[in-house]
Design a protein. Sequence first.
Length: 84
Amino acid sequence: MYLAGILNKFTNKFPKPLIAISLMVISGLFFVFMHSAVKYLSREVHIFEITFFRCALVIFVLAPIILQQVKSVFVSGQPKIQFL
């Protein structure tokens, strides 16, 4: 909750389209960085190891967000489609 309050104070100063564009540019940069890192590491490390550690890192990054929102992350208005 503390981090969310700080983010809200920061994001209220800027228009929402500017925030959305900034996040898209940042995500594109991270995608390029990840792709480059995989190309570089694939010469020395097996591709399955790279994939495993990439997924493990994502778990550590997303775990605080999922734990903060608990059930609201998994609840959907269309449970059949969510199940599929």
